[in-house]
Design a protein around this ligand. Structure first.
Ligand code: ADP
Ligand code: ADP
Length: 216
């Protein structure tokens, strides 16, 4: 299964990607996570990406695409993958399509997580991430009073780009650059919308129901 998750920042892509990828036994490939790992590791790629991420802008396509090409070439991605946060504009989508075509492959399905702006802002304002295992939590919805990860005990942190001003800009970037992907993939006839409101487990169930008809 070759799958892409699309949706605004805060829609729950990372959260759902954890469960969907594990249900389908495919790797979850999150470009945001790979960039953040490079930022904390102080690599050249991290240094370059950080200036764009801090502003809430997209990292340039050539850098992002090269990184995804390398990741998709790894052994664990040969029988399927779930992309979270890539592609993020039509140019990236076209290059992904061509890249897969060169390898004799194509995407099976694009799931759009649908949630309104107010909910997205509430979700982003309370998002916390585990510095050790990367798991995503929410201060209010997960009732996180301490700053510890329930899964591994690691310290939770708030992402720099989840500050209110940056969030506003990221939502604009989504509307301008990423939202056009929805009609692009509808045109390719591989788009399915999933209602991403309500409890996490219910959203996962809806996503798995949407995926089922496409499983071989
Ligand atoms: P969110 O989960 O809130 O949508 P991500 O973790 O996916 O955010 O991305 C964080 C930041 O990493 C983005 O604001 C952008 O700067 C960069 N980034 C992630 N994926 C891409 C991509 N496909 N193209 C360009 N920049 C990206
Ligand atoms: P994205 O990757 O699309 O930016 P995340 O998966 O990081 O979104 O989720 C953003 C925040 O919303 C996180 O704090 C997460 O715990 C929370 N969240 C995700 N899904 C739900 C849901 N169904 N109900 C309530 N909160 C959610």
């Amino acid at each position: 299964m070759r799958l892409v998750l699309v949706g605004p920042p805060g829609a729950g892509k990372g959260t759902q990607a954890q469960y969907i990828a594990s249900n389908l036994s495919i790797p979850k490939i999150s470009t945001g996570d790979i960039f953040r790992a490079n930022v904390s590791g102080g690599t050249d790629l991290g240094k370059l990406a950080k200036t764009f991420m801090d502003r809430g802008d997209l990292v340039p396509d050539e850098v992002t695409i090269a990184m995804v090409r390398d990741r998709l070439s790894e052994d664990d991605a040969q029988d399927g993958f779930l992309l979270d946060g890539f592609p993020r504009n039509v140019a990236q989508a076209e290059i992904l399509r061509d890249m897969l075509k060169d390898w004799g492959l194509a995407l099976d399905l694009v799931l759009e997580l649908v949630v309104d702006d107010d909910e997205v802002v509430r979700r982003l304002a309370g998002r916390r991430t585990c510095s050790q295992c990367g798991r995503i939590w929410h201060v209010e919805f997960d009732d996180k009073k301490d700053d510890k990860c329930d899964a591994c005990g690691g310290a939770l942190f708030q992402r720099d780009d989840d500050k209110e001003e940056t969030v506003r800009h990221r939502l604009e970037v989504y509307q301008e650059q990423t939202a056009p992907l929805v009609s692009y993939y509808a045109g390719e006839d591989i788009l399915v919308g999933v209602d991403a409101t309500g409890p996490v487990e219910e959203v996962t169930q809806r996503a798995m129901e949407a995926i089922r008809p496409y499983l071989g």
